[in-house]
Ligand binder design. Structure first.
Ligand code: FAD
Ligand code: ZN
Length: 476
């Protein structure tokens, strides 16, 4: 963590002006106070900032941004600081401020008839889920970081997670957005309209823009019926191709009820069993691959339908074994095997990560090819590809060989990325399916994105942020 002293009179003046807007307690300048805002979950990036400013209202955000615009001081918006690509971390040389939305966590309104919930950007995702639950509805965005990530961060990154197969990404869960523009004006787009064809979809600009086009201060979120019956199975099967055939069968039998279809390789399960306290293999024998399959139904009988589906799949030879959660505790235990994968992998040493997507139909071929290429390039490296098979999104993670030097292995990050992304490109896939670009993949984006698409992105950036003060050095 670099502490940048407010050395110039201009810096000191700016900080005093921030204090006048948000109160002295909400402008952090001490390195110890700022540290939590300047490091991120993977510790790949260490930031430095002039100060951290914590506004409490949209008007305060607008006033802070106006000041920054006048002083040409860069702004890095931040929510829960759980982002995995360094988008929320300021580069020290930018002498930026971190604009933390964490104090803006109010529920502004729930409108049951419109089936919407209007919340401020700093509301933690788990709190938004709880607010929906309280009124008998569901807000179905679901990430392992939901206890600390915020709605603003979820929209800014167009977060995915495990519910995408049924409900779509964050983008699909929003009707309106309120955002502060780079010049301090407020875009008051808190629309509840399901249908509105009066021109361009302006809210879409802010969703997935990772804080480079505006600062999201509030959003109108869609509510959904709360599933009345949930049935969860942990399934052992021989290959990703069988998993794909199972997905097809499940779509046929349970269609819209599939709320999760997550792939886990044996090695990943081994890691979790070794490192997560109390974790247990639900199945008697080992299998090459596993699927965590969940159905969420609006009427009883989900467990029966799941059993029927599994019997059918077994009859076709697609699956080898399966366990059905008989209680909420068992269901949680199954999910833990999925949720603990990243942490268990961390305990196994260095891990080179990818967040890629390819057309769902190509997943088996992609896994096969990428596996062959990585195994040749890095003999002994342990492949732990897992994730959202039902969305074509695989976290293609590669753990260091047992006993290898961690730093020497991680030094091959770009090289291994290049190999895996080459396979992704051949299948018309994406190098960032759900985590975004941030600083981690910025240079990569320039290499793989269509030049016309890049031109359009730059034109939008210039138009919405002519001084380039919103999250510089991120995305493009
Ligand atoms: P931050 O990390 O604070 O910021 C992320 C980006 O959004 C930055 O570029 C920041 O500048 C920008 N930003 C934040 N708030 C605003 C705002 N109000 N206005 C404008 N820009 C803003 N991601 C997934 O998609 N799927 C997963 O399954 C998933 N699982 C995760 C599991 C773990 C354990 C962890 C640590 C992370 C995971 N993530 C996942 C990544 C991360 O949680 C998401 O990207 C999340 O949406 C970020 O929210 P945040 O509030 O923490 O944002
Ligand atoms: Zn994921």
């Amino acid at each position: 963590v670099t502490s940048l002293s407010a050395s110039t009179p201009q810096d000191r003046g700016l900080i005093a002006a921030f204090e006048a807007i948000v109160g002295p307690a909400n402008v952090l300048t001490q390195p110890s106070d700022m540290a939590a805002y300047l490091t991120e979950p993977r510790d790949l990036f260490r930031g430095g900032a002039l100060c951290v400013v914590r506004p409490g209202s949209t008007a305060e955000v607008a006033a802070v941004v106006r000041l920054c615009s006048e002083a040409a001081t860069p702004i890095v918006p931040q929510g829960g600081n759980t982002g995995l690509v360094g988008g929320q971390i300021p580069a020290p040389e930018d002498r930026a401020i971190v604009l933390s939305l964490q104090r803006m966590r109010a529920l502004r309104e729930i409108d049951l008839a419109s089936n919407t919930m209007t919340v401020e950007a700093g509301m933690v995702l788990a709190a938004a889920q709880a607010e929906a639950d309280r009124v008998g509805r569901a807000f179905p965005l679901s990430l392992a970081s939901e206890g600390s990530c915020t709605i603003g961060g979820n929209l800014a990154t167009n977060a995915g997670g495990t519910g995408v197969i049924a409900y779509g990404s964050a983008r699909d869960l929003v009707l309106g957005v309120e955002a502060v523009l780079a010049d301090g004006r407020i875009y008051a787009g808190l629309s509840k309209l399901k249908k509105d064809n009066t021109g361009y979809d302006l809210k879409a600009l802010f969703i997935g823009s990772e804080g480079t086009l505006g600062i999201i201060t509030a959003a109108v979120l869609k509510l959904f019926p709360k599933p009345r019956a949930v049935a969860t199975a942990f399934i052992g099967l021989p290959s990703p191709a069988d998993a794909l055939a199972l997905l097809d069968l499940a779509r046929d039998k349970a269609g819209g009820e599939i709320t999760a279809f997550e792939l886990i390789p044996r090695l990943g399960l081994d890691f979790v069993l070794a490192h997560a306290q109390g974790a247990r293999d639900p199945l008697a024998g080992p299998h090459q691959w596993y699927i965590l399959l969940e159905l969420g139904a609006h009427e009883e009988g989900a467990a029966d339908r799941l059993l029927e589906l599994l019997a059918d799949a077994a009859g076709r030879g697609l699956i080898e074994d399966a366990a059905l959660a008989a209680s909420e505790t068992q269901r949680r235990d199954f999910w833990r095997l999925r949720d603990e994968l990243s942490e268990a992998q961390r305990r196994e040493g260095g891990s080179i990560k990818h967040d890629v997507s390819v057309p769902i139909a190509d997943i088996p071929a992609f896994l096969e090819e990428a596996g062959r290429i990585v195994a040749t390039a890095a003999p002994g490296a342990r492949l732990v590809p897992f994730g959202h098979l039902g969305d074509g999104n695989i976290h293609y993670n590669v753990s260091q060989p047992v006993g290898a030097d961690r730093d020497a292995f991680l030094a091959r990050w770009a090289e291994i990325n290049f190999l895996v992304h080459g396979v992704v490109a051949r299948y018309g896939g994406s190098i960032s399916a759900e985590h975004g670009i941030g600083q981690l993949k910025r240079d990569l984006l320039g290499e793989v994105k269509d030049p016309v698409a890049l031109d359009l992105m730059r034109a939008l950036k210039r138009t919405l942020d002519p001084k380039g003060i919103l999250n510089p050095g991120k995305v493009i």
